[in-house]
Design a protein around this ligand. Structure first.
Ligand code: NZQ
Ligand code: ZN
Length: 388
């Protein structure tokens, strides 16, 4: 097993009715910026629950954070925080709102051009230089409620870039599984597939000695396969909703990544598809992952076979056979979850995509992605073209 440090300071508060605890979680006398997205929280009662729990606090609201949050929009919130002397931010929403708040938190006291936070992948490690924040999660998917990473899009250049650092963990996250009842089916499908792929990025590499880590990962995958299709149809079933929410958090709160190699190339390529065509994040992963597993078959086949055997109970006479069946089963699962796994099924103008992404990665110096840094720009081209 590789050496690791496990640090996760987020106070994770899970279950029905937990929003009531907000008044004790937000620091006394805080001046709060309540940040939200396009307004779903006004229709499903979450805004009402949050504001009544915080009735004794001074609150300024900032709405309009887009899915795939925009740098340009977030900078408006930074200005408000400075003008109004805000001391605490509450993100109420899905991954986009939470990621947006992480950016706002870091950008407010950033000494320099805030766009460099994204261009240079700045890591925020000094707690005295960020605005503290908590979250009320409304969409289980990204794990952003219990990690310190974020993804922000620069509208002007159509770039989707990451930031993070140990100072950007939420102080607390309220995770009430009943919030999923108002989610459109499409978003629940997205959430399951995003969480599933997060596990795959940290698991589907090559065999190593971290036995417990493998089994943590496989248990999350198995649970998502078991409940995924049902939770889409029955979001008010609390057993399904609660397991879905906990899986999504566990998939990307740092635990399963400790001591093991990880990949993340599916995400890096997928982010480009969202930046270019606005395809939902999870749907880009379902497009890229199967091709990536095929192109990188030799690197990944041992782990693919183990995954197939343990998660899908696949049998076969050779590693190659089991690994191939495992990819087929994965695509089948993606289809069951409503994903369209070809780029051409998601956008019409896709023909130059591979060329565009390869050029971008080359300009950024991304010469070798993946657990063995062997996903070269030429492999990226093959993967993207296979996804057409
Ligand atoms: O904006 P509102 O009106 O709230 O509507 C949202 C949005 O339209 C809606 N929604 C959320 N909760 C709802 C709801 N509608 C009804 N009822 C509810 N309870 O759902 C739509 C999508 O929301 P969004 O936050 O964009 O989705 P998600 O949570 O999937 O987040 C996706 C973003 O997270 C990033 C992605 O790249 C993308 O930008 N990621 C963040 C990661 C991280 N921080 O660790 C990792 C991920 O891999 C991912 O890259
Ligand atoms: Zn993701």
């Amino acid at each position: 097993m590789n050496n690791f440090e496990l640090y996760n300071p987020t106070n994770y508060i899970f279950g029905k009715g937990q929003t009531e605890k907000l008044s004790k979680l937000v620091p006394a006398n805080a001046k709060v910026l309540l940040a939200y997205g396009g307004g779903s929280i006004f229709k499903n009662g979450v805004h009402e629950a949050v504001t009544s729990a915080l009735k004794d606090f001074e609150i300024i609201e900032f709405g309009g954070i887009e899915p795939n949050p925009r740098f340009e929009t977030l900078m408006k919130a930074v200005e408000i925080i400075k003008q109004e002397n805000i001391t605490f931010i509450l993100a109420v929403g899905g991954g986009s709102v939470i990621d947006g708040v992480k950016f706002i938190s870091g950008a407010t006291h950033y000494e320099g051009n805030p766009i460099d936070i994204l261009k240079n992948r700045v890591l925020f490690t000094d707690l005295s230089k960020v605005i503290p924040f908590g979250t009320v999660l409304t969409l289980p998917a990204t794990g952003s409620e219990m990690n310190s990473g974020a993804v922000v899009t620069i509208e002007a250049t159509q770039e989707k870039l990451t930031l993070g650092g140990s100072a950007l963990f939420p102080k607390f996250s309220i995770c009430d599984p009943t919030v999923i009842t108002s989610l459109p089916k499409r978003q629940i499908q997205n959430g399951v597939i995003d969480a599933f792929t997060h596990v795959m990025e940290q698991y589907l590499t090559y065999p190593h000695d971290a036995l417990l880590q493998d089994r943590f990962a496989e248990s999350i995958l198995q649970t998502l396969v078991e409940i995924g299709p049902n939770v889409v149809e029955n979001p008010s079933d609390y057993k399904l909703a609660s397991n879905y929410m906990w899986c999504a958090t566990m998939a990307l709160n740092g635990l399963i990544q400790k001591g093991v190699p990880s990949d993340w190339a599916t995400h890096m390529i997928g982010h480009e598809l969202t930046a270019l065509y606005e395809i939902d994040h999870a749907r880009t992963l379902a497009i890229i992952a199967p091709s990536l597993y095929r192109v990188m078959f030799e690197t990944k086949k041992d782990k693919l076979a183990q995954y197939g055997e343990r998660v899908f109970k696949i049998t076969g006479n050779s590693v190659d056979e089991k690994a191939e069946k495992a990819i087929e089963k994965t695509v089948e699962f993606f289809h069951t979850m409503g994903m369209k796994t070809k780029l051409s099924e998601n956008t019409e103008n896709y023909k130059d995509t591979a060329e565009f992404i390869v050029n971008r990665f080359t300009e950024r110096g991304w010469k070798g992605l993946g657990e063995k840094q062997n996903i070269t720009p030429e492999k990226v081209r093959e993967i993207v073209e296979m996804s057409y």
